[in-house]
Unconditional design. Structure first.
Length: 521
């Protein structure tokens, strides 16, 4: 069936909606047929690079029509897309290229320059720049224009890997979540059912398409039903809000920080914008505070929903009914074809009302982590995905998300690996011991903080240390607060015992004593 694979979904959408408007990017519309024609040229381009089924293609681009065009071309040749954040530094991009063994990299201009600085002697992958120019790189659009459109391609199977979606594990090692065509199709169907999407719906791509939420829940749910998608290159609250009103968006999907920013603009704008077409606002990535829910319902004039999921299950696990009030942490009931359970540390199911680890089972669950059998074995047990997150089920079958069992920090919807940031801190000559943690933040959900112990007798210049890290990682990863401590609690094996650190208490006390609320203190 067409609906069994991501590529099949796209082919079906093209057949049924060829002349319909699909993507709106910077004032221009592309129909499903036009996207199809360009995706065929991408197949021709990839064949010229000797790309074959099973090869990996890294794509580091901001939101634009280019991303889905490249995606559907990659899928048609039977290759695997490796989406990457274009804000990553050169060393981070090089790590992903190496780890994924990408054969081709298609990069935004800044990403191309970053990668060139990190690897001046070149990469094993053939690299192209898209959406601009960068010295030393062939322009993707020029190469595409010269390519011959393909009219035939292999049919993807349900078990073929469609995407490597990287997640930041608690150890800081790169973990490429392998999602098959079948898993992505199952996740998309689950979201379509919960959102009750049809071809009449219009969504807006504020979430980055390289992220699992934007990739699955926004871009590909829209495609699967023949809907229309408004693309904005980067999220700025006022122009985003204007686009939502102007294009009569019907379903708005965002993370908590985006909702807060949109509402701050909407509530103070004169004259007020109207959203007559909006029928649902949905969120995820972090619990939406009840006040955000009530404000959104009042501003957009529609109910809200909140879900729980993770990249490893295609973001599809639970979603609430469409409601005007949501309790903190309320994430609803399992999605279509998805099973959930709550278990203790031994994997034994817990009774309703008791907090335990959330486990997920269903066709949307990942195949595993690429070249990481240990992590795969730890996550997938007896057909269940062990999420590392804590929650409970009520007697009436509703699920509540409680906390993250893992140490992963989610700042503004982006995953931050403490281990990755700690590794950079340890590169500094004055740092003896480091611990990176998340603290609560009303705007971002969590903020990144670093605790360090110095090697020398002289105090560490924490502002300079923050800037040291800032220059080596993506903007959302570096710690806004760096606090020097005399010691950190250590286990017998030398590992920092983060559970014994009162991160928020230390930061509050430190800021109060220094008389500063600024980052880097």
């Amino acid at each position: 069936m067409d609906e069994d694979t991501l590529l099949g979904m796209f082919d079906k959408a093209v057949r049924e909606h060829r002349g319909k408007k699909f993507l709106h990017d910077r004032g221009n519309w592309l129909s499903y047929g036009e996207v199809d024609d360009l995706a065929r040229k991408v197949v021709g381009f990839l064949r010229e690079q000797d790309v074959a089924a099973g090869d990996r293609i890294l794509v580091a681009l901001p939101n634009s029509a280019l991303f889905p065009i490249i995606l559907y071309g990659i899928l048609r040749i039977g290759a695997t897309i490796v989406p990457a954040n274009p804000l990553l530094k050169g060393r981070e991009l090089a790590m992903l290229v190496d780890h994924s063994q990408a054969k081709v990299a298609i990069l935004a201009p800044d990403s191309a320059r970053e990668l060139q600085q990190a690897r001046p002697d070149g990469l094993a992958a053939a690299a192209f720049v898209a959406g601009g120019v960068a010295e030393g790189f062939v322009e993707f659009e020029t190469a595409l224009e010269r390519s011959t459109p393909a009219n035939d391609w292999p049919q993807a199977g349900k078990d073929d890997i469609a995407a490597f979606l990287y997640t930041s594990g608690t150890t800081g090692d790169p973990k490429a979540t392998m999602l098959s065509h079948g898993a992505l199709a199952a996740a998309i169907r689950a979201w379509v059912e919960k959102f009750a999407l049809t071809s009449d719906d219009r969504q807006i791509a504020m979430l980055p398409m390289f992220h699992s939420f934007g990739f699955i829940v926004v871009l590909n749910t829209t495609m699967s039903v023949g809907g229309s998608l408004i693309i904005i290159p980067r999220f700025l609250p006022e122009p985003a809000l204007e686009a939502i009103s102007e294009h009569k968006i019907t379903v708005l999907t965002a993370v908590t920080t985006m909702f807060g920013a949109l509402l701050d603009v909407a509530e103070n704008r004169t004259p007020a914008l109207e959203f007559p077409a909006m029928r649902l606002a949905g969120g995820g990535a972090a619990s939406i505070p009840p006040d955000i829910v009530s404000r959104a319902v009042a501003t957009f004039g529609c109910p809200m929903g909140q879900g729980y999921g993770m990249t490893e299950c295609g973001t599809a696990a639970t979603f609430t009914a469409h409601k005007t009030e949501l309790a903190l942490g309320e994430v609803g009931t399992p999605m279509f074809n998805i099973e959930l359970g709550i278990v203790d540390d031994r994997g034994v199911p817990l009774p309703d009302g008791e907090v335990g680890e959330i486990v997920v089972r269903g066709p949307a669950v990942m195949t595993g982590y690429y070249q990481n059998p240990e992590a795969t074995a730890a996550a997938l047990k007896d057909g269940w995905l062990y999420t590392g997150d804590l929650g409970l089920r009520t007697p009436d079958g509703q699920y509540f998300f409680k906390d993250r069992k893992k140490e992963l920090i989610i700042r503004g919807g982006f995953n931050v690996s403490p281990g990755e940031v700690e590794a950079v801190l340890y590169e500094h000559p004055d740092v003896k011991t480091a611990a990176v943690m998340g603290i609560p933040d009303s705007r971002l959900g969590e903020e990144v903080v670093a605790f360090v112990v110095r090697k020398s007798k002289e105090p560490i210049d924490t502002l300079a240390l923050r800037e040291f890290v800032q220059g080596r990682v993506a903007p959302y990863k570096y710690p806004r607060h760096v606090v020097e401590l005399e010691a950190l609690p250590l286990a017998p094996n030398g590992k920092v015992l983060k559970k014994n650190i009162d991160a928020w208490g230390i930061v509050r006390k430190h800021l109060a004593s220094s008389g500063s609320g600024g980052a880097g203190t």
